[in-house]
Design a protein around this ligand. Structure first.
Ligand SMILES: [Zn+2]
Length: 338
């Protein structure tokens, strides 16, 4: 009898365990993947959906935290609803990892109710750039969307995925614009910040001059889980145009060397392990080597930016970032070697 019960009980426990370990919930704008009890990665769809970037939901025990707010208020409202359902309470904190529109424009969906947290640098940068960015979007998004749709229609089969990424991006912005209000962070910090929940502590660490002038990485020390914001992209070109490749590379190296960190949620792309930090370091490194070689041969920037994409990155999406990335790394390498 005892054995019978053991067999009967062990099966559902095993199934429950494996289900929880890889619990995946598909939603309209994103997919939710449980990383640990009370910790969820919210991953944008590869095609379609209005999330555009990744986010996170963390149950602190007595409070609920959301990491990054998407580009679109409706997608953000869906994120808020899911966070409330999963944790059983309202969202208290929203983290803005950095100032880019795809990570902050959903802020207004969490107000009133939540505090928005960013670094002091990021809050100032949003305040300085977002009114102009929104003005630009109001004037130009319709044209950009039309252009992207034409590109999608005429793209060869192997470029259709890439083209549809941009259609999707401009669609998410178009839908957001009529009701969009700039919503600034109301709690800021520099260097580092901790939130002590009744169940777990999260550590927010500021890294300066990497992807932008200031980026937050959120570490869950007990689980070794890291929400990287845009300090990590997987299987897609990162955006190097607003930061510093050298500092970014050394920050990745520092995080790579930390043996307590196991699981990484990038700003764009799939949840991954440490090897993806190395892949991104190698990407930066290879653009630096290409730049150095061009500078030594007196190849001007205008010629250099037309360099062929290395074979290893030809299947990555966000291909349109490659040329500006070359330009940005060339400029940085030139300054270092002056
Ligand atoms: Zn970004």
């Amino acid at each position: 009898m005892k054995n019978k019960w053991a067999i009967f009980l062990s099966l559902p426990v095993f199934l429950l365990h494996s289900f929880q370990k890889e619990k995946i919930i598909p939603e309209k704008d994103f997919v939710i993947r449980q990383l640990a009890p009370g910790v969820w990665a919210v991953i944008h769809h590869e095609q379609g959906g209005r999330a555009i970037c990744n986010a996170g939901i963390v149950d602190l025990g007595n409070k609920t935290l959301v990491f990054d707010a998407f580009i679109n208020q409706n997608a953000a409202a869906e994120l808020k609803k899911k966070a409330e359902q999963l944790t059983g309470r309202p969202v208290s904190f929203v983290i803005n990892s950095h100032f880019h529109d795809d990570h902050i424009r959903g802020n207004q969906s969490f107000i009133p109710g939540a505090s928005i947290i960013s670094t002091e640098w990021t809050k100032n940068k949003i305040q300085e750039t977002e009114p102009g960015e929104q003005e630009w979007a109001k004037k130009n998004t319709a044209t950009q969307l039309k252009k992207s749709m034409e590109q999608l229609a005429s793209a060869p089969e192997n470029e259709k995925n890439e083209a549809s990424v941009w259609v999707n991006y401009y669609k998410a912005i178009t839908q957001s614009l009529p009701d969009l209000k700039m919503t600034l962070p109301d709690i800021t910090f520099s260097n580092s910040f901790r939130i002590y929940g009744s169940k777990r502590t999260v550590q927010l660490v500021e890294y300066k001059n990497c992807h932008t002038g200031s980026d937050i990485v959120m570490i869950l020390p007990e689980e070794g889980i890291v929400f990287m914001g845009d300090l990590l992209f997987t299987e897609r070109h990162p955006w190097l145009g607003d930061g510093n490749p050298e500092t970014w590379k050394s920050t990745l190296n520092k995080l790579y060397a930390d043996t307590t960190l196991k699981l990484f949620v990038p700003g764009h792309g799939r949840v991954c392990q440490k090897d993806q930090l190395q892949v991104l370091m190698l990407y930066i490194e290879s653009l630096q080597q290409m730049s150095l070689s061009a500078i030594q041969k007196n190849v001007p920037d205008s010629v250099f930016i037309r360099s062929q994409m290395p074979e290893a990155y030809k299947d990555w999406s966000f291909k349109r970032f490659f040329m500006p990335n070359l330009s940005s790394v060339y400029e940085n390498t030139r300054k270092i070697n002056q």
